[in-house]
Every structure is written in C-alpha cells, then in structure tokens.
Design a protein around this ligand. Structure first.
Ligand code: PEP
Ligand code: MG
Length: 550
C-alpha cells in the first residue's frame, strides 16, 4: 500500500512506524464548581509555565526552531488570550474548558485567514494541548520514546516536537496533514530529516509496520517487497557516502564549474554553510532580519548585520537581496496596506521604490559593510518586472558604491525580456519559487493549488531557458536561487538551460554536488531538452529520471 504526499528533500528511509499519540480528549463542558478566582489563578499559572517551558525548549534547540518556539511561547503569554480565558471562567467554565475554547477561537480566526496563517493553526493547537495537559496534571502529548530508530507518523507535528526530534532515533517523518510550507516542512528541510508531509490516509498505517519513505517521490510504501527494500537500502547507503564525500567546488563531470552557493536568512547559518562547502552566498534574504521591526532599521544596524555574514565568507561572493517585503513576508515599515492580492501588489522593488529612502539606506549600509570586508559583495533587487526597473536599481546601487548590481527574475515579463533586462544590469538570479507562482497563477502559500506549483513545469523551464540564453549571449551570469536548485535532478536541467551557479539551503549541497558530478554539460543540455519537450511537470520529471538511468 502506498501513500502519496509532498516530499521534503530527496532522502530515503526504511524502518518501523511509531505513531504520535492522539491528542488529549476535549475537556468536558460542565459547570465550574471551584471558585472563579482560584480557577483564573490556575489558568494563569498553567499558561505562564507553558510559555516558560516552550521558551526553554527553544533555547535548547537553537536555529530556526528557536524562532518558531519563541512565537509559540508568545501565543501562551498573549494577554488577550488570558482575558478571553478569564471571561469564560467568569461565565461558569472550568479552567480546562476555558483554555480549550479560547484557543479554539483564535485557531478558527487563523484558519479563516487561509494560506500561511492557517498553517500556523497547528502551532496554536499544540500550545492549547500543553496548557490543558498541565492543568490536568498529565504529560504533554509529544513524540513517543523508543530505544530503537523509527519512522514517526503523525497528523502534523508541533514545532516544539519537530525542533527537538532526536535525529539518531527518528529515521523519517510522515504527516497526514500540513503542506510544504508548514513548520514541520520548514524545520525538516533545515535539519535534513527525510519527510513526506500531507500524505492523506497515512494515519491508517499500523504501529510497527515497516515502511519505505521516499522523499524525492513523495511516497510512503507500507510492507515493501524485497526489491523495494533493497532499492531503499541502496539509496540510503549512497546518500551516506555522498554526505561523507570530500567537499569540493561544484562542477560537472567534464570539469565545467558550477559554483554551489548558500541561501541564508541571517548570519546564524553562515558557519554551517561554509562547513557544507558553500562557495559563497547566492541569496541573502535581508527581510528575514527585520520581520518584527516596526520601523525601518538604521544604516548602522544594517551595516552590523551584513558585516556578520560577509565576515564568514572571506573573499567569496555574497549576493545580498534588497528587502523583499510583501505577500508572505510583510514588513510593517514598508507596506502595511491591506491588498486583495498581495502577491500581485506593492511587493519587492515596487515597495522599495515607494519608500526610496529605505532602499538608499540599505544600499548605503551594504556598501559600507562591503568596504569593511573582503567578500565580493553583489546586490540584487527582488520582484523586477520591467527593463526600466532593472536600470533604476542597478544605477542607484552603482551610484551608492556597489560595483555589482543585478536583478531577480521572478516575473515572466522579466524572463521574456531577459536580454534587455540583462543589458542594463550586471547579472540575473532566477527565483524559481515566485517564477513558478506567477507562471502558473498559483499562490505559493495555498495548499489547494499546490499541484500547480512545480518548477519542473516546462512553461517555467522555458522561461529559465530564455534567461540562460540571454545571459550566454551577453556574457553575464545567471544564477538560480529558488528551491528548484536544491532538487538534484532539476539542478542538472537548470544548468543545461544556462544557469551558471546554483544557490540553495546548505542541507541540499551534498546531494546536488554529487548529481552534477555525474553528468557532462552536453548531457545536461540533452536532459534539459527532454524536460522542455514534456507536456507537464510530472512528465518532465519522469522523462529526465528515465533518461538519466538509461
Ligand atoms: C524565489 O522566489 O524563488 C526566491 C528565491 O525568493 P523568495 O523565496 O524569498 O521569494
Ligand atoms: Mg521570490
């Protein structure tokens, strides 16, 4: 029996299933017998202790997990939630029931907002369960303990659980709910855990059953036959060899260099990226530094933040992206207007231009950081649609002291006019996440249209080919910095289409490096023709897979 979901990464795992315990039962809606003040005090204590406990787990976990857990701790400490709980206790509820109902109210509101916010609903459910467990004096629901390694099957994992998974024990994660942008997926990607999320029906898999989890195919196979087991064991051994292989610069089998760069959102991941062999940074998402800021950061504060990243990369290339605010990454100080379709709104360079001083300050801070460090600093603009925008940005960056200024190609219009865009700036970097969203008209945060969101789609690849060809004609670099570069097979296709460097989450570097080393430039070009000739993303993927294994 197979279950299909969205795979995170390309790993394979084989092992017995342990299931996440079912949630606590809903607290009964019976009249309160205890004194209201006593109940309110009990609820307040449980909420604050839960918040402290989650904060402590965040500190223990570090990295992205820390941020996720801090957000959860804040939910438990939210004063308006406590007010809501108190009002329900006054109204006659027990503390348990009041907590349950107050959290459920917030949850429904998040679900109503849809997209990214709806995926945060699980985080809220988890906090609610932890508070109720504390009130009832029972252990908080969580990852089962086992002396031997296992595949964890759950409805969806709470960030608190994902963050602290014992990676020596958990071979893989399978969830029945949650999409590719859920926190489970984000953290699994960061920790390189083999994972398939949103595999509906997976909760029916019995405890103890043996499964193969194949992230590349997004497939969970229960009770695999001998051939499937052998295949999985081979893939696991090969991956181990790849991870242990010496870290060399990215190159094709014929020696063609393809620099492999890291995507970073803060200086925290820089050391790990260098250790994994990143030859520089292909995308530094600066907006992640300022998501909580109410006001635009000062030149000094920015210079400090950028210097930390530049220092970690010595004389290597670091491509810094100007603030990409809007849609899923709102920055209060750049654009806090309500928009019906924020992905099509005042995003990226558009919002920077509307507040040009913020852009000038950022470029100035970056130029100062560049002058004080050895890194080859390059800057690029997000969400560029027109040739005029590309010229505006490159001219301003040059004027403010940055020698190399390029643009992200994320909008089909910019891809189709790539030669004219590249003529007025120094390089292009293709953001396949947004390029896919805009080509397929499918909101990247919306699980219901996730079947449209594959960068393997030949329409997306054709746009990449346009940019690659334009770069080759003008002798200007064309990098890829969307998630597509982290898919080893697709990475080969992208190089065949003319990409001159690939930037990805550092966890993906080893697999991509190994795959590139197995094909020549001619083979990569042939494989890209195979993908372009397909009628769908699935066909392109399958045809390239088949052609490579022939
Ligand atoms: C992209 O769109 O592919 C990209 C790299 O930018 P982001 O994911 O930050 O929008
Ligand atoms: Mg983008």
């Amino acid at each position: 029996m197979d279950y299909q979901g969205s795979g995170i990464g390309t790993g394979v795992a084989l092992g017995p299933v342990l299931r996440m315990p079912e949630p606590l039962p809903e607290p009964r809606n019976e009249p309160r017998t205890a004194d209201a003040d006593e109940e309110k005090a009990r609820a307040a204590t449980a909420l604050s202790e839960t918040s402290e406990h989650i904060t402590a787990r965040g500190l223990e976990a570090g990295g992205a997990a820390k941020e996720v857990l801090e957000a959860q701790a804040m939910m438990a400490a939210d004063p308006s939630l406590l007010e809501d709980v108190n009002a329900r206790i006054e109204g006659g509820s027990t503390a348990e029931r009041a907590v349950f109902e107050a959290f459920a109210g917030f949850r429904d509101m998040l679900v109503g907002l849809g997209g990214y916010m709806a995926e945060r609903a699980t985080d809220l459910d988890d906090v609610s369960q932890r508070v109720i467990a504390r009130l009832c004096g029972v252990p908080a629901p969580g990852v089962p303990e086992s002396p031997t390694p296992f595949v964890l099957v759950a409805r969806d994992l709470a960030p608190a659980d994902t963050a602290l998974l014992d990676l020596d024990k958990v071979l893989a994660l399978v969830t029945s709910d949650g999409g590719p942008t859920s926190h489970t997926a984000i953290l699994a990607r960061e920790k390189s855990i083999v994972a398939v999320v949103g595999a509906s029906g997976a909760l029916q898999i019995e405890e103890g059953a043996t499964v193969v989890v194949d992230a590349a195919a997004g497939l969970v196979t229960v009770d695999p036959d001998d051939a499937r087991r052998d295949e999985a064991e081979r893939a696991i051994a090969e991956r181990r060899t790849r991870a242990e292989a010496p870290v060399t610069p990215g190159a094709l089998a014929d020696g063609t260099p393809v620099p492999l760069l890291a995507n970073l959102g803060s200086a925290a991941g820089a050391a790990d990226a260098v250790a994994k062999g990143a030859e520089g940074v292909g995308l530094f998402r600066t907006e992640f530094l300022f998501l909580d800021a109410a006001e635009a950061p000062s030149v000094e504060a920015q210079r400090e933040q950028y210097s930390q990243v530049l220092a970690a990369f010595g004389g290597r290339k670091v491509v810094v992206r100007a603030l990409d605010a809007g849609a899923d990454k709102p920055l209060k100080f750049l654009n806090d207007q309500h928009e019906e379709n924020p992905a099509l709104g005042l995003r990226g360079l558009r919002s920077l231009r509307a507040s040009e001083q913020i852009l000038r300050d950022q470029l100035t801070a970056l130029a100062e950081a560049a002058a004080a460090n050895e890194a080859d600093v390059q800057v690029m603009a997000p969400m560029v649609a027109t040739v005029e925008e590309a010229a505006y940005f490159a001219d301003l960056a040059h004027e403010l002291g940055l020698a190399t200024a390029g643009v992200m190609i994320e909008i089909p219009a910019a891809a189709l006019l790539a030669e004219r865009v590249l003529a007025v700036c120094d390089f292009a970097s293709i953001g396949t996440n947004d390029l896919t969203q805009y080509t397929m008209a499918a909101d990247r945060m919306l699980g219901t249209v996730s079947s449209y969101q594959s960068p393997w789609h030949p329409a997306v690849l054709r746009l990449v080919a346009e940019v690659g060809a334009a770069g080759a004609r003008l002798g200007k670099p064309v990098g890829i910095c969307g998630e597509a570069a982290a898919d080893p097979l697709l990475a080969v296709v992208l190089v065949g289409l003319g990409a001159t460097s690939l930037s990805m989450s550092p966890a993906a570097l080893a697999d991509v490096r190994a795959q590139l080393a197995a094909v020549s430039l001619d083979e990569a070009r042939n494989l890209s023709s195979v993908a372009l000739a397909a009628a769908s993303a699935e066909e392109a993927h399958a045809a390239v897979r088949a052609a490579l294994t022939r």
